[in-house]
Write a protein that binds this ligand. Structure first.
Ligand code: HEC
Ligand code: HEC
Length: 341
């Protein structure tokens, strides 16, 4: 009897030790689906400031509706007035990955990727991965929005409000709406699989967890794979609009821009009064005005945008150099110049 007890105790402790060993040896598994923010936290990085705060009837689902339709109802509450008469957030922003390599902002790579994935090519940066950024309205945007950018530059909540009022020409969001949109943006956070990491990188990051000297390097490695701030450089129309930027345009590329960008807002007056389609009439009109000093010149509206008149009218946002290159502008011109039978 005593012997049996002793053997049992021995056996149980052996199993115990064995499982303890497995448990200690078990690593935090990092795969393609892992959230970048969670992995950074595992490595001891500071959490981003704009953490979720879904109180008072806010939810990511409400945020998504608001984002895509401009309307949403608070849980158990009433519907508010539409956020903007002119736009929804998806008029100007994608909600999926739009750059094949998230560590650079390259408009031509983005255009080709947009074509492949069936995405529009727009003036606003994709909000996929916005929660993984630390700075907003970067580069030259202070020239357009002045002091307003100061608050929004390192604060995602303020950036959302700025865009709701200034970009979308709508009303400020109520707190539950703002937190809902933030909740929705968290559902669009970056995953490790978005970062084009090699198997070796994964191994390095996994091994670094808990080792203070390697953790810093692993954080740097991860952050080198995506932009924490979307760059924005304002760029003027060419000095001589007849000559243009002095680059030879590629009409095939120009067609992509016309279809994935201009028609996104102008076809059937979707987000605008000015109507465009693929008819000869539209193409000729734009082609004729391209070199002119006119509100209908693409050099003019593409580089300066059109002004919103006291929030009463819709307007066209400009394209920064990162959102449409001078070369692409000439490609568009070449496409329009080609005309249509
Ligand atoms: C008419 C076009 C337009 C509409 C509508 C619009 N935005 Fe924007 N938004 C922009 C532009 C242009 C920027 C400039 C910075 C950038 O994205 O490169 C911007 C910037 C932002 C940024 C900061 C992004 C960054 O990384 O700098 C956020 C966040 C944002 N918008 C959220 C929203 C939300 C939420 C809505 C809907 C309520 C909205 N936007 C509607 C055009 C628009
Ligand atoms: C995010 C939506 C959006 C995109 C993308 C866009 N536009 Fe616009 N555009 C507008 C709005 C809104 C106006 C303001 C006037 C209106 O409501 O029709 C406007 C105005 C214009 C005007 C001035 C019309 C006039 O008579 O004053 C032209 C020309 C124009 N757009 C051409 C283009 C071309 C070409 C492209 C593609 C390179 C383009 N737009 C892309 C929304 C957009």
């Amino acid at each position: 009897m005593n012997k049996l007890l002793l053997i049992s105790i021995l056996l149980i402790s052996c199993i115990g030790l064995f499982t303890l060993d497995i448990w200690q040896g078990q690593k935090f598994q990092i795969n393609e689906k892992a959230s970048v923010e969670n992995v950074l936290r595992q490595l001891g990085d500071q959490p981003v400031e704009h953490q979720l705060n879904l109180k008072g009837g806010a939810s990511a689902k409400i945020g998504e509706e608001l984002f895509k339709t401009g309307f949403a109802k608070r849980m158990g509450g009433r519907k508010k007035r539409k956020q903007s008469k002119h736009f929804v957030c998806t008029s100007c922003h994608n909600i999926t990955k739009e750059d094949p390599d998230l560590s650079v902002s390259d408009p031509q790579a983005r255009l080709e990727y947009a074509d492949k994935m069936g995405l529009p090519f727009l003036q606003g940066t994709s909000l996929y991965g916005a929660v993984n950024r630390t700075n907003f309205y970067n580069g030259d945007y202070y020239k357009k929005y002045g002091n307003l950018v100061e608050k929004a530059n390192d604060n995602l909540r303020e950036a959302i409000q700025l865009c709701a009022v200034e970009c979308a020409q709508g009303r400020r969001l109520a707190n539950w709406e703002l937190e809902s949109i933030l909740g929705y943006l968290w559902s669009l956070e970056l995953k490790m699989g978005d970062l084009n990491l090699t198997a070796q990188d994964y191994q390095y990051i996994e091994n670094a967890i808990g080792k203070s000297s390697d953790q810093k390097k692993a954080i740097e490695l991860i952050k080198s794979k995506y932009l924490q701030a979307s760059p924005a450089t304002f760029t003027p129309p060419p000095t001589d609009r007849k000559k243009g930027y002095g680059l030879t345009g590629d009409p095939k590329n120009g067609k992509l821009i016309y279809e994935l960008s201009c028609l996104h807002c102008h076809q059937n007056q979707r987000y605008s009064f000015f109507n465009l389609d693929e008819s000869k009439l539209s193409l000729d009109y734009l082609n004729n005005h391209f070199p002119k000093y006119s509100h209908a010149s693409i050099y003019q509206v593409g580089r300066y945008g059109t002004p919103p008149l006291n929030g009463k009218r819709s307007y066209m946002p400009q394209y920064t150099a990162e959102r449409m290159s001078n070369q692409q502008m000439e490609d568009l011109r070449a496409y329009l110049a080609q005309g249509r039978e």
